[in-house]
Ligand binder design. Structure first.
Ligand SMILES: [Fe+2]
Length: 396
């Protein structure tokens, strides 16, 4: 095990309050009472609203005597216009609660910022462009993966720029309360459980090898990798039948979110943007299919770290096996996991690509996600990015 230096100082960013475990959603009631909240906008999607997943959070808020209005216009890979529409509905409501996956929670963050400060929304994109505190914000995940509940990041498609993903980062986007209740993940379909769980694994692995990792993020990332390795397969296969594996996946997602928000990510999250846009592929799935290919590229730069990851992913070192050979098995372990949760190991499953397309993908990755490439442990230029896409096209 190779942890970073304990001698340096590190900033640790997190939401004000994280409530975790079965029944954690009940914390919404005391949160609303303690702050004298009278009215709330719940930000979610129409599927969660119609299927009743939001009923428990809404009931807890109503139990505190709060008037609840629901905005259910969020869609996967949300657009900036959704945050603007949600912000209009905030009006003078004194709490915004995001309930759902990363899309709903990200939209709630930006809606709260827009409601507090006004637009235009594009002025808030990028790093540290939210002018100040938002009103009270609570986030309630219903998937186990994005970690958005514990981050100060939102990702949006910019409909005025060909749907390119744009990121907003601001310390003012941290929630006042993150209520992580695994009971709310019970109705998650297996495909969503797989995709979101692979997003969490990608967060943990990219954090563990990020150039900005710290002993604090290492500790969170290591445990998140173990939890995903032990629980994602049964979480996908058994779903609602197995409370323990779902609780472990919720914990893994939140730990991985806390890890990456303090360490940054890496090239997987950069390469995911153009791939997802081109193929209409969701964030978690795009990360999952690219993860082992980026790991394979990165192993030579961080052999010890990838050997740690092989161990955390459940691989056993063979007698006499070299560090490098064992490190390479971390890549194979992720390929095995993808296959077991029915996720392709090649991007050729999602489209007919050529080198020219990959060159365009590389340009998009550098233009919009260079901060993630900068944190990757092995340096990458445009040709390197094209090479990783070609390897991902070839497959395992
Ligand atoms: Fe992610």
């Amino acid at each position: 095990m190779t942890l970073g230096s304990l001698a340096d100082t590190h900033t640790i960013r997190s939401p004000a309050h994280v409530e975790y475990g079965s029944g954690a959603v009940d914390a919404l009631e005391s949160f609303a009472r303690d702050r004298g909240i009278d009215s709330v906008l719940v930000v979610t999607d129409d599927h969660l609203a119609a299927s009743g997943v939001i009923d428990t959070p809404v009931a807890r808020l109503e139990a505190a005597g709060v008037d609840v209005v629901v905005y259910d216009g969020v869609a996967p890979e949300p657009k900036l216009a959704m945050a603007e529409a949600a912000a209009e509905q905030v009006g003078d409501r004194d709490l915004v609660v995001g309930v759902g996956g990363g899309s709903s929670m990200d939209t709630a963050k930006l809606a709260a910022a827009l409601a507090a400060h006004g637009g235009p929304v594009r002025d808030m994109l990028g790093m540290d462009n939210v002018p100040g505190e938002t009103g009270p914000l609570a986030l309630v995940p219903t998937t186990a993966g994005t970690g958005s509940e514990v981050t100060h990041v939102g990702v949006f498609a910019d409909e005025r720029d060909g749907g390119v993903k744009k990121v907003v980062f601001s310390p003012f986007l941290f929630a006042d309360l993150a209520a992580v209740d695994p009971d709310l993940t019970e109705t998650m379909p297996p495909g969503v459980a797989a995709a979101t769980g692979l997003d969490a694994l990608t967060h943990a692995i990219e954090s563990y090898v990020s150039v900005l990792r710290t002993p604090y993020t290492d500790t969170l990332a290591r445990r998140a990798v173990e939890l995903v390795a032990e629980n994602l397969r049964p979480a996908v296969a058994q779903g609602p039948e197995n409370d323990e594996v779902r609780a472990n996946m919720s914990l893994a997602a939140t730990l991985a979110g806390q890890a990456f928000v303090n360490s940054g990510l890496g090239a997987v999250h950069a390469l995911t943007y153009p791939l997802g846009m081109e193929c209409g592929l969701g964030h978690g799935l795009a990360n999952g299919v690219l993860l082992p290919h980026v790991m394979r590229y990165n192993v030579p730069a961080e052999v010890d770290r990838f050997a740690d990851l092989a161990d955390l992913l459940g691989e056993q070192r063979r007698p006499g096996e070299s560090d490098r050979a064992f490190a390479d098995r971390s890549v194979e372990a992720v390929f095995d996991l993808l296959a077991d949760v029915n996720v392709p190991t090649s991007i050729a499953e999602y489209g007919d690509f050529d080198r020219e397309t990959f060159a365009d993908f590389a340009d998009v990755a550098f233009e919009h996600s260079e901060h993630n490439i900068d944190r990757n442990p092995r340096r990458m230029d445009r040709e390197d990015v094209i090479g990783v896409f070609e390897a991902a096209d070839e497959g395992r």
